[in-house]
Design a protein around this ligand. Structure first.
Ligand code: SAM
Ligand code: SF4
Length: 343
């Protein structure tokens, strides 16, 4: 039983790191598997973890609930592709009790959208109000190339299904030098015309992939300058979504975000930690220091050791990441891909 599940409001605590940052946002990867193979994320023939290593749905619930007991207010489920994890909707249903109790402000996910036509209504029923859908091109051929075989129509149908279910959708688009650089203004217009917010993301050096990062990396500083040559971008003081910096585009009326881990560091306001699908806690996306949370869960039926392991790990949360993509052929900053740590 987590302190939260024991029902004692007094037991509810907060996690504060050594730099005074309150950690109240947890991202959990529920699987490393995916139905797509985006070029910046995975190798074409990616090796996946043995299923026995993955946390079970019960363990994922237990782990998330322990964090809720420690003050987590926002929970993002991700992957790999979270909607591809067997039993995923059961997990969402279980976790929705924390929304109903008021312990959790938000339960959300990051998805590639391909399975939203099937699952959007259930997500809405279990209290999911907002979703991030990753979409890097509106051109079917370019989309197929970036995702190595994905069907754009499925994702568009997924976005429409989520909107029809009353879920607010934000599009995440990774800016890629060769594959979508020229299409970004059209994508922003497309999103804003459909009442979708959109955030552009720089590629991050995570995991071994087959392509060279320097060939993919596109600085958003340059993209922003180009957009400003024909649009008026007014900065918004909206820090709710963490590392993104938002602007309002006067000509479209919509909201546009920029996540620039390489050209601009966002660590000073970091409020989050991440857990992999095997129960490894990473205190920073860009550093290797970690803590195993699976062992204390499997070794002890009560949560005391789990909570102690989380607390100890938080004392090691670093001040910031150390991403660089300067050198051609350089090793990634960290060897695990985003699909393992959870984007
Ligand atoms: N499969 C889901 C999806 O694509 O939304 C969730 C997991 S995916 C790893 C989460 C996000 O990470 C996606 O928006 C994806 O574009 C982004 N991502 C993956 N690898 C990345 C990288 N190397 N640099 C920047 N973003 C990356
Ligand atoms: Fe799958 Fe998401 Fe990675 Fe693309 S970015 S391969 S959709 S996990």
């Amino acid at each position: 039983m987590s302190p939260y599940d024991s029902g004692s409001a007094a037991a509810r605590e907060t996690l504060v790191d050594p730099f005074g940052r309150t950690i109240d946002y947890l991202r959990v990867s529920v699987t490393d598997r995916c139905d797509l193979r985006c070029v910046y994320c995975m190798a074409e023939h990616q090796t996946f973890l043995p299923k026995v290593d993955l946390l079970t749905i019960e363990e994922l619930d237990r782990l998330c609930s322990a964090f809720v007991g420690l003050g987590t207010r926002k929970l993002r489920l991700t992957g790999g592709e979270p909607l591809g994890r067997r039993g995923f909707m059961d997990l969402v249903e279980r976790l929705s009790r924390h929304l109903r109790s008021g312990a959790l402000d938000e339960l959300t996910l990051t998805t590639n959208g391909t399975q939203l036509p099937r699952f959007a209504a259930d997500l809405a029923r279990h209290g999911v109000r907002r979703l991030n859908v990753s979409l890097d091109s509106l051109d079917p051929a370019a989309f197929r190339k970036i995702t190595r075989g994905g069907d754009l129509n499925q994702v568009i149908a997924g976005i429409e299904a989520a909107q029809a279910a009353g879920i607010r959708v934000k599009i995440n688009t990774v800016a890629l030098k060769g594959d979508n650089a020229g299409d970004l203004p059209a994508m922003i217009q497309w999103a804003h015309a459909r009442d979708l917010d959109i955030t552009l993301i720089e590629t991050m050096p995570l995991g071994e992939i087959e392509e060279d990062r320097t060939d993919q990396y596109l600085s958003l500083a340059g993209v922003r300058a180009e957009l400003e040559s024909f649009w008026t971008l007014t900065p918004l003081d909206d820090r709710s979504a963490g590392p993104a910096r938002y602007v309002r585009v006067a000509q479209t009326g919509g909201k546009l975000g920029f996540i620039t881990p390489l050209s601009h560091t966002f660590c000073e306001s970091c409020n989050r930690v991440r857990v992999t699908c095997t129960g490894t806690l990473y205190m920073c996306l860009g550093q290797d220091d970690q803590a195993d949370l699976r062992a204390p869960m499997r070794e002890h039926a009560d949560d005391a050791s789990l909570v102690a392991a989380i607390r100890e790990a938080l004392t090691r949360k670093p001040k910031g990441h150390d991403f660089k993509i300067e050198r051609r052929g350089a090793a990634p900053a960290v060897s695990r891909p985003m699909s393992t740590t959870g984007g």
